[in-house]
Write a protein that binds this ligand. Structure first.
Ligand SMILES: [Zn+2]
Length: 454
């Protein structure tokens, strides 16, 4: 048993001081008391908030961040970015994938993310043939997570088609491809690797309505059992147009009408929705997985956050392509996108509410739901995912309560995160992940390997 003692902490009922959090040997919180006194061996924390789920990650894309910011001959778009991404992933070996995932997880932990939903689609060898272990790449992501300590939801991706109406896939997609039978084998093999990890689970991820037909989704859905189902949806206008042309419906409408979308589902992006889709997605209980930095970088568009939240919709945050990994910045951009288009301030908070607190708590509960992890609250029965903010940092000077969150999320960055525990296990100390040195070395070797071949 371990006892943590925080000078101040964000509890479900609000801010409290002198908070003792007792954690059992499995890493679960067994009691939380405020106005307590520290024990001699308590782990002392300054300001403690719950750890955040990063609900959407393609870790290998971190290695190409910053390499696609040069304009091509015509107008650049998501689709031209995707061509570069395909060319890049041709070079990646299992060793590379493990090293990149490890580094990405280090950066996530240092930002205050304590779990990650890895939407994993790079399954096969470069020629498209499966590895001897069809889940070789999944095993490498699990290995990274065992080293860094981040809690993992592995989401093996089902990818079969290049576009609506079962268009044949391109050569650049061959490392991703499965039919429902080979996917079932991949999923079973992946589940075996996940079962060896603490704090890990597995779901399914039909890539998108472009890459998975409704009949495919029906075929693979039983594999999820009660686990999470994640899908990319309505990220791009062209995707909406193609879906309309093929099915007569927009993507979110098509999915809601043809799949049992409920609280076990996470719809990633859901950027382009009309008013009725926004309302019905909110009412379904599914999580809208928002990735503001990636969506901005790829020029996707703005999620209708005001209407969706007004309907009681659930949101969570992901860093997706990892153009940058910073929890505070994701939340900041979610709000700033709305401010810039509406020419108002504090758009996503209720009257009298702190915007930082509102968006932080919404993302905590939606993120935990999307990954089906017991995280997002400092209360008994939850996993002890503890993020310590450094109240001695100049950026938090004189702040109390919600102002701590607002100052971190709107004015601060990763350097305000002082320590991170996942399931009671220390993963970040003095702002640096314990796995940082090892992962940094492997990352540098990997990058020089990959980039040499460019
Ligand atoms: Zn994605």
């Amino acid at each position: 048993m371990t006892e943590f003692f925080a000078e101040t902490a964000l509890l479900p009922e609000g801010w409290a001081d002198r908070v003792a959090i007792t954690v059992d040997t499995h890493g679960d919180i067994i009691s939380v008391r405020s106005q307590a006194d520290p024990e001699p061996d308590s782990v002392l924390l300054r300001c403690c908030v719950p750890g955040m789920a990063n609900l959407h990650s393609h870790s290998f894309q971190r290695a190409m961040a910053g390499l696609t910011e040069r304009r091509g001959p015509g107008s650049d778009s998501f689709w031209s970015w995707r061509q570069l991404m395909y060319a890049f992933n041709e070079r990646l070996t299992p060793d590379h994938v493990e090293a990149i995932a490890g580094w990405v997880q280090v950066e996530m932990l240092e930002a205050g993310f304590t779990s990650v939903g890895e939407f994993h689609y790079l399954h096969h060898a470069p020629d498209g043939s499966p590895y001897d272990d069809p889940a070789e790449m999944a095993a490498r992501i699990c290995a990274a997570s065992a080293r860094t300590g981040i809690a993992l939801t592995l989401l093996p991706v089902f990818y079969r088609w290049a576009g609506f109406d079962c268009q044949s896939p391109s050569e650049g997609q061959r490392r991703f491809l499965n039919d429902p039978d080979s996917y079932a084998e991949l999923h079973t093999a992946s589940a075996r690797h996940v079962a060896r990890l603490d704090h890990a689970n597995i779901g399914i991820a039909p890539h998108s309505l472009r890459a998975a037909d409704l009949a495919d989704i029906d075929a693979i859905r039983p594999l999820a059992k009660a686990g999470p189902v994640h899908i990319h949806i309505a990220e791009q206008v062209r995707e909406v147009e193609d879906c309309l042309a093929s099915t007569g419906a927009r993507p979110v409408r098509h999915l809601l009408d043809n799949q049992p979308v409920d609280a076990t589902w996470c719809l990633v992006h859901a950027t382009h929705m009309d008013a009725s889709e926004t309302r019905d997605l909110a009412r379904s209980g599914a999580v809208a997985g928002l990735c503001p930095l990636t969506e901005a970088n790829l020029g996707d568009g703005l999620f209708p956050a005001v209407d969706y939240l007004a309907e009681g919709g659930v949101i969570g945050i992901g860093s997706d392509s990892h153009i940058r990994i910073d929890l505070a910045e994701e939340i900041r951009l979610l709000e700033y996108g709305q401010r810039l288009t509406r020419r108002e301030r504090n758009v996503l908070a209720g009257a009298g509410q702190s915007t930082g607190r509102r968006l932080f708590e919404a993302s905590l509960s939606g993120g935990g739901r999307a990954l089906q992890h017991r995280q997002g609250q400092l209360s008994p029965g939850m996993r002890a995912d503890l993020v310590e903010l450094d109240t001695h940092h100049p950026g938090l000077t004189g702040r109390r309560g919600d102002a701590l969150l607002d100052s971190w999320l709107f004015c601060g960055e990763r350097s305000l995160v002082r320590s991170v525990h996942v399931g009671g296990r220390e993963c970040v100390r003095e702002g640096r992940a314990l796995a940082r040195e090892t992962m940094d070395k492997a990352w540098r070797t990997t990058l020089s390997d990959i980039l040499e071949a460019v």
